[in-house]
Design a protein around this ligand. Structure first.
Ligand SMILES: [Zn+2]
Length: 237
C-alpha cells in the first residue's frame, strides 16, 4: 500500500478555513456568508517562501502561535523588546509561530545583521536611489539574528542605528544571539549597550512548544503513526 499524503488537519487540503460568518443584508434579508481565510498550512508555506531561514522548520501550529503571542506581547517596561539566546532552531520556530498570527495584515522582517547592510544600506540597483535603514522603522516587528559570519565595515553602526531608531519610535525589536554575552557577535558594539538595558532576556530551550520538541516533530510523529497503522493493517491480512 502506497503511503498516502496526510491532508492538513485544519483544512483537509482545501487550503482555506472558515473563520466565522459575515452578515450581509441582501434583498431586505439578513444573510450569513462564511468568511474564509488562508489555512495555517498556506500561511506556513508563505512564511517559508518569504523567509528562507524559516523554510525547513516544521509548520508552526496555531496553538504555538497563540502561546508565543501571549508570552511576548505583554509590553511591560521592555516595550516588547527581547534578547533571546540559546537553541537557534527553537528560536526560529518561535519566530515562525509569531509570524503565523497576523502574517496577512502585519509587517514582519527577519534578518541577520549583515542582511541589514546588504538589503537596506546600499543604492537600489534599479532606481539608483539610496535605500535606507530607516525603511526598517515601518515594520511591526523586526527580528535581528546576531549570527553574521562576515563583518562589513558598516555592520555595527547599521545594527546600532536600527535598534536605536526602533526604540525611539517604540516599535518592538527581537534580537537573537547564541550566547547571553552578545559581545562575541559581529553585530554587537559598546555603543549599543545602553540601548539594550531595557530589553528582556529570554533563554530559549528546545521543548517549549507542541510543534517542535527535542524529539520528533508533529509531522514526523504523524508519519510514524501512519506507518505503524499500515504495518498493523498488513498483519491482519
Ligand atoms: Zn491547511
Amino acid at each position: 500500500m502506497a503511503a498516502e499524503k496526510i491532508p492538513c488537519p485544519y483544512c483537509k487540503g482545501a487550503l482555506f478555513i472558515n473563520t466565522g460568518y459575515t452578515e450581509k443584508i441582501q434583498n431586505g434579508r439578513l444573510t450569513l456568508y462564511p468568511f474564509a481565510q488562508p489555512c495555517y498550512c498556506e500561511l506556513n508555506h508563505s512564511i517559508g517562501k518569504k523567509f528562507g531561514m524559516l523554510y525547513a522548520l516544521p509548520d508552526a501550529t496555531p496553538e504555538d502561535s497563540e502561546a508565543v503571542h501571549k508570552k511576548y506581547n505583554e509590553k511591560g517596561k521592555n516595550k516588547g523588546n527581547f534578547i533571546f539566546y540559546g537553541d537557534e532552531p527553537s528560536f526560529r520556530y518561535t519566530v515562525k509561530s509569531y509570524f503565523l498570527k497576523g502574517f496577512t495584515h502585519s509587517s514582519y522582517e527577519l534578518l541577520e545583521g549583515v542582511n541589514i547592510v546588504d538589503k537596506y544600506n546600499r543604492p537600489d540597483s534599479d532606481t539608483g536611489a539610496r535605500l535606507s535603514i530607516g525603511l526598517l522603522d515601518q515594520y511591526d516587528l523586526v527580528v535581528i539574528l546576531f549570527t553574521s559570519r562576515s563583518e562589513p565595515p558598516t555592520l555595527k553602526a547599521c545594527v546600532a542605528d536600527v535598534v536605536k531608531n526602533r526604540l525611539r519610535i517604540e516599535r518592538p525589536t527581537w534580537i537573537y544571539a547564541p550566547d547571553k554575552t552578545l559581545d562575541t557577535t559581529k553585530e554587537y558594539s559598546k555603543d549599543l549597550a545602553p540601548f539594550l538595558e531595557t530589553f528582556s532576556y529570554v533563554e530559549i530551550g528546545s521543548t517549549a512548544y507542541t510543534g517542535f520538541s527535542d524529539g520528533d516533530s508533529e509531522k514526523v510523529k504523524n508519519q510514524k503513526a501512519r506507518k505503524l497503522q499500515d504495518a498493523l493493517g498488513s498483519l491482519k491480512r
